[in-house]
Design a protein around this ligand. Structure first.
Ligand SMILES: [Zn+2]
Length: 287
């Protein structure tokens, strides 16, 4: 078995031969106002003072997870990838390494990945499924997104498809259709995806149950520490009322059961727990 080396940003044993490694597939910049949605700037400006740039953008990491279980290896998220144009790269302030070199540096060969689960099909989550030449980056892996997400991503609604890169998604469509999930699905024993909606129509989370510890990844419903407030929802969320409701439900469970949580875009303190004080939730970083 491969040993996790120092190129992994964090890793933990969950018990029973299951372990999870966090691998950051680069970073990019995203508009601060859009990330904080309807929350007034006065309420968040101090939280982002260290990272906001002259264009009012925040620094967003592309956090991916490599889950090792006795029955298979699952990659969660693929980041932006290597097919973005120089113009797109500059516009988004994107800096690699993308997921393949990041995984290789951590000691994992791309062809050893059995399944990829992406929270949704926005470009910053699905882009790394392909190499620069358009071939599959993880040739042996099933590609697991929700069927409802594919329907929306390849649909015609001009507001909803704005966040998807349709020409790119068409390149992995056949692969994606073969293994698309419809609701809650166990990918390998102990690793499941569950439909959440909210951020996008077919957004999903991932839960990993080891013998001693449970880890959950809520995708872009929980990007950064401040996402722990169920009402702090990004302007990118296509179904914000669903986001608020599903976040409250998931966070209540995560807090009650002491799940380890990994945030999807937090660059510095991406791992921790959700704690609860009556109807309020907070994210407490442990790393
Ligand atoms: Zn995202």
């Amino acid at each position: 078995m491969t040993t996790i080396n120092e190129s992994v940003h964090w890793s933990a044993e969950l018990g029973g031969g299951t372990r999870v490694a966090l691998i950051q597939a680069g970073r990019f910049r995203s508009d601060a106002g859009a990330l904080l949605g309807v929350v007034p700037r006065m309420m968040w400006k101090d939280l982002v003072a260290d990272e906001i740039d002259h264009d009012h953008r925040l620094l967003q990491a592309l956090n991916c997870l490599l889950i090792e279980t006795p029955s298979g290896r699952v990659l969660v998220e693929t980041g932006i990838g290597d097919r973005i144009s120089d113009k797109g790269r500059a516009m988004r302030g994107y800096e690699g390494p993308w997921i393949v070199p990041a995984l290789e540096a951590a000691g994992f060969a791309p062809d050893s990945v059995d399944a990829i689960a992406v929270s949704h099909l926005h470009y910053d989550h699905a882009g790394g499924a392909l190499r620069a030449d358009g071939s599959l980056a993880f040739p042996r892996a099933k590609f697991i997104a929700q069927m409802a997400e594919w329907d929306m991503a390849l649909g015609m609604n001009p507001r909803l498809i704005a966040s998807y890169d349709q020409p790119e998604l068409r390149l992995i469509r056949d692969l994606g259709m073969q293994s698309a999930a419809d609701g809650d699905v166990e990918i390998v024993p102990g690793v499941s995806v569950f439909a959440t909606g909210g951020h996008s129509a077919g957004h999903q989370g991932v839960i990993v149950r080891g013998q001693e510890r449970t880890l959950a990844f809520f995708g872009d419903l929980c990007m950064r520490p401040w996402s722990a407030n169920p009402k702090w929802v990004t302007a990118f969320d296509d179904f914000p009322l669903d986001s608020v409701a599903v976040k409250a439900e998931l966070f209540a469970r995560a807090a009650a059961e002491g799940w380890t949580i990994v945030l999807s875009h937090e660059p510095v303190h991406p791992v921790g727990r959700i704690t609860r004080d009556r109807d309020r939730f907070s994210f407490e970083a442990s790393v």
